[in-house]
Ligand binder design. Structure first.
Ligand SMILES: NC(=O)c1ccc[n+]([C@@H]2O[C@H](COP(=O)([O-])OP(=O)(O)OC[C@H]3O[C@@H](n4cnc5c(N)ncnc54)[C@H](O)[C@@H]3O)[C@@H](O)[C@H]2O)c1
Ligand SMILES: [Zn+2]
Length: 648
């Protein structure tokens, strides 16, 4: 690279860095950014005299947003050096070894979230500050007080800065986006974005609703006397902070590599998004000896994982019609390899979201995929347009049956109940794992059976003949027998799975279970009043079920006669609680639902309010008026541990 090229690349890098750190709206993928960053860095290292002092390689990115108070860190916060392969990791290890031949590694996951500094004084949380430019960040103390895993009080009197990552679990991120989709709000690109955006909220009540968590990874100013990071961190964790699922302290390089591969192998299973593993020098005096660059400590590196966000091109948008008739736009993209999987399609959620993001056919887009995150387009790279991009149109007619679509905004629906897509979709749902779980009856086979007029309704499955299957393309004796056997096996399924399998609108797995438990095999006789009285049932659900029963009662009885679902009546274990009315109040050590389930198993009826008819009030911490009322009425009260004592 010559100097002119360096200047040009540096300019692009600065623009990308500003978009990312200042505007919170990246215009490049991390992978692209990192590549350019390292090209620029390489030139600067080879030509130190010509390096620009304001290069992003020389500063900790981040700024203070308007609306927040600025606050200073007591000790500086840093960025981190990245390495992308074992060779570069080994080079880092060699650099450390030059200072000290034998040393201990401290390794842990690198969670992808927002960096946060907590200042404690006299055992109290005094201030919480975002990383900002490393010296000055945003005061987010009020927001941070809503995060359950951050103790407001700790059993340590000295002044201490505890640093860590604010994260949101991947599942909570998906739930948050689902909710935002329902409310027609813009979606977060990834868990990091969701965590950072939720932490930097001007309205504290919004932060409080997001399920943020805090994982410490280090300390700033402190007067702890331990000589190893691992000891200091054990102390921090002992104060009541969350601990990451894996920490490895070792002198053996092989263990470092092993943990790296172990974390990658468990990347999906670990609930938080990780973008790498952090390797640190454990010995504090060696850390000090190694020191810092202008940007990061020389005693730690991030050993990055393969990227899960990639840039690709949107070739086309196709439409998919689901079993409820909802038409979902699907992105057809130029194939990209993400974590070893070739991705060619991604969800676009709905047309409102397409319009909000102004996604056009021909756009360069960033796509995200990881084993547990459905591939989706998270960003349009508007700067890369050349004018040939085409704005997609909202569909007017069903791509499958041609009937006019109902456009409700976020949802566009085919209302034709006999639309092939809906019928096939319903059957696919019926056979799926959480429903009848019919092995070997996948999407393709259902489509084939339907297209050949062999199975037009689920009940036809149970009348299938061997000869019919053998007449179909791709069916040999073994495949046909296996399928027939699997269909036979699906009989006598539990009633809750059967109800779930019917795909009644608004009635999911949990609701199906409640219906099965409450009404048993007579569930088709239940009326509106009885249904809405079920816990967790709203009007929409009750109406939907009543309507389903009205329309499909006879047909469903026929299907039940063939499948003979088994009502799983609650097996009650006799106990002092059998037949008694119990009220729970206050916060318990276990989730309320768990305790409730256990009491129900013991034959108790768990009620919400205390009256003279109540037999027991079981109270946890900070119990309030219900406990007072129980005492007033002379109802027997039990603490959680007394309860445990009685049932053991
Ligand atoms: N897409 C873009 O345009 C663009 C632009 C700029 C930066 N970026 C991305 O941002 C990253 C660089 O940002 P950075 O300099 O803030 O570094 P970084 O976020 O990759 O690493 C430093 C941070 O890691 C966090 N961290 C997580 N676990 C940790 C642990 N166990 N110990 C210590 N720290 C831990 C800390 O919050 C720390 O501040 C790169 O991945 C880059 O791709 C992307
Ligand atoms: Zn249709």
């Amino acid at each position: 690279m010559n100097h002119q090229e360096y200047i040009e690349k540096l300019e692009i890098l600065k623009v990308w860095a500003k978009a990312y750190y200042v505007d919170d709206a990246p215009i490049a993928s991390d992978e692209e950014y990192d590549r350019l960053y390292h090209e620029v860095l390489k030139y600067e290292q080879e030509n130190p005299l010509f390096a620009d002092e304001s290069s992003p390689t020389k500063r900790v990115g981040g700024v203070v947003l308007e609306g927040f108070e600025k606050a200073s860190h007591k000790a500086r916060m840093w960025s981190m050096e990245d390495v992308f392969d074992e060779h570069d990791l080994d080079a880092w290890i060699e650099r450390v070894k030059k200072v000290k031949e034998r040393f201990t590694f401290y390794c842990e996951p690198k969670f992808d979230g927002a960096s946060l500094n907590l200042i404690y004084e006299n055992g109290m949380l005094k201030q919480a500050i975002t990383r900002g430019d490393g010296s000055i960040g945003e005061d987010v103390t009020q927001n941070v007080k809503t995060i359950g895993s951050i103790p407001l009080k700790i059993a340590y009197e000295g002044e201490i800065e505890i640093r860590g990552e604010v994260v949101i679990k991947k599942a909570d991120f998906e739930r948050l986006n689902d909710e935002r989709l329902k409310n027609n709000e813009s979606l977060f690109a990834n868990p990091r974005n969701a965590a950072a955006g939720s932490l930097r909220q001007l309205d504290t009540s919004v932060t409080a609703k997001r399920k943020l968590m805090f994982y410490p990874w280090g300390i700033g100013v402190n007067s702890l006397t331990q000589s190893f990071l691992s000891q200091k961190m054990s102390f921090v964790y002992s104060l009541g902070f969350l601990q990451p699922p894996r920490i490895v302290v070792t002198q053996n390089v092989q263990d470092v590599h092993t943990l790296y591969h172990e974390l990658i192998a468990n990347r999906d299973a670990i609930e938080m998004m990780m973008d790498g593993m952090v390797v640190k020098v454990d010995d504090i005096s060696l850390q000090e000896e190694l020191g810092y660059t202008v940007k990061y400590p020389k005693w730690m590196v991030a050993f990055k994982f393969p990227a899960i966000e990639k840039v690709t091109k949107l070739k086309d948008i196709t439409l998919q019609v689901g079993r409820t008739g909802v038409v979902t736009p699907v992105a057809e993209v130029e194939a990209v390899n993400i974590e070893g999987v070739v991705v060619e399609r991604a969800t676009l959620h709905n047309f409102d979201e397409i319009e909000r993001k102004d996604i056009r056919i021909g756009d360069s887009v960033i796509i995200i995929r990881s084993g547990d995150v459905i591939p989706k387009i998270i960003k349009v790279l508007v700067e890369r347009r050349n004018g040939t991009e085409v704005t997609p149109q909202r569909p007017l007619s069903c791509p499958v049956c041609g009937s006019e679509l109902l456009d409700e905004g976020a949802l566009i629906k085919c209302q034709n109940l006999s639309c092939d897509a809906r019928v096939v979709g319903a059957m696919i749902h019926f056979a799926s794992k959480k429903a009848l779980n019919i092995d070997g009856l996948g999407d393709k086979i259902i489509e084939q059976l339907y297209a050949q007029n062999v199975v037009l309704h689920v009940k036809d499955l149970y009348a299938l003949k061997r000869e019919q299957l053998l007449a179909l393309e791709g069916f040999k004796a073994k495949k046909a027998d296996n399928l027939l056997e699997a269909i036979e096996q699906s009989k006598k399924v539990s009633l809750e799975k059967f109800i779930n399998a019917l795909g009644i609108e608004h009635i999911g797995e949990v609701a199906a279970k409640k219906i099965a438990r409450a009404f048993g095999l007579e569930w088709l006789e239940a009326g509106y009043e009885a249904i809405i009285a079920l816990e967790g049932f709203g009007e929409e659900m009750a109406k939907s079920l009543v309507e389903f029963i009205r329309v499909n009662r006879d047909e469903t009885y026929e299907l039940m006669a063939v499948i003979e679902p088994v009502a799983s009546k609650l097996e009650i274990t006799e106990s002092v609680f059998t037949g008694k009315t119990v009220v729970l109040t206050g916060s318990m050590s276990k989730p309320r639902d768990e305790i409730k389930g256990m009491l129900e198993q013991l034959g108790a009826k768990v009620s919400g309010s205390v009256s003279k008819k109540t037999d027991f009030v079981i109270f946890g911490e900070e119990a309030g008026s219900k406990l007072d009322k129980a005492i007033e009425l002379g109802v027997k009260t039990l603490s959680e541990s007394e309860l445990n004592g009685m049932i053991e």
